[in-house]
Design a protein around this ligand. Sequence first.
Ligand code: 2AM
Length: 177
Amino acid sequence: MRLFVALCLPETLRSRLCGLCAGLPGARWVAPENLHLTLRFIGEVDGREAEDIDAALSGVRFPRFPLTLAGVGEFADGRRLRSIWVGVENNEMLERLQVKVEHAVQRAGRPPEQRKFKPHITLARFKSHPGGRLQDYFAEHALFRGPPFEVTDFTLYSSFLAHEGAIYSPEAVYPLD
Ligand code: 2AM
């Protein structure tokens, strides 16, 4: 199975984010129930590895903390637009939690993540570029700021790639102190 560790977002916040999910031709918008903030992508594992990862994540001790989503941005490979996302206000606690999760996943035997952690919530992925509409979109939503919310847990998700798109299922939830 294909695993990743993420923060689940409160329902009210996901509804707010849905307001950002319109107005770009060529966008494949993420379904509201799939909006999440990834802490660590793990990838394909077998049942034994999944158990080790679950055990390591169960050992993470970390306090609850507040988080605020803000701003919008894009990921591109050269000139090819890959995705647009909502960012996070500077948050040292989030960075520290991510490091703890990264270490736990490594203790479970996975190789270190090479990419720098860039917290984001993907809103849409693209097969074709929306052209000039993208600048309008960024101008319209540049000042987006969500209501602060408390992070009370993190989740190990499995991802199943179906025809209609990815289906994410929470496999385990790890409460913060
Ligand atoms: P994305 O939202 O930026 O695409 C489930 O697929 C989650 O894991 C998504 O949040 C996705 O990030 C992330 N993800 C998928 N493949 C990845 C990879 N190879 N490296 C890092 N993160 C990945």
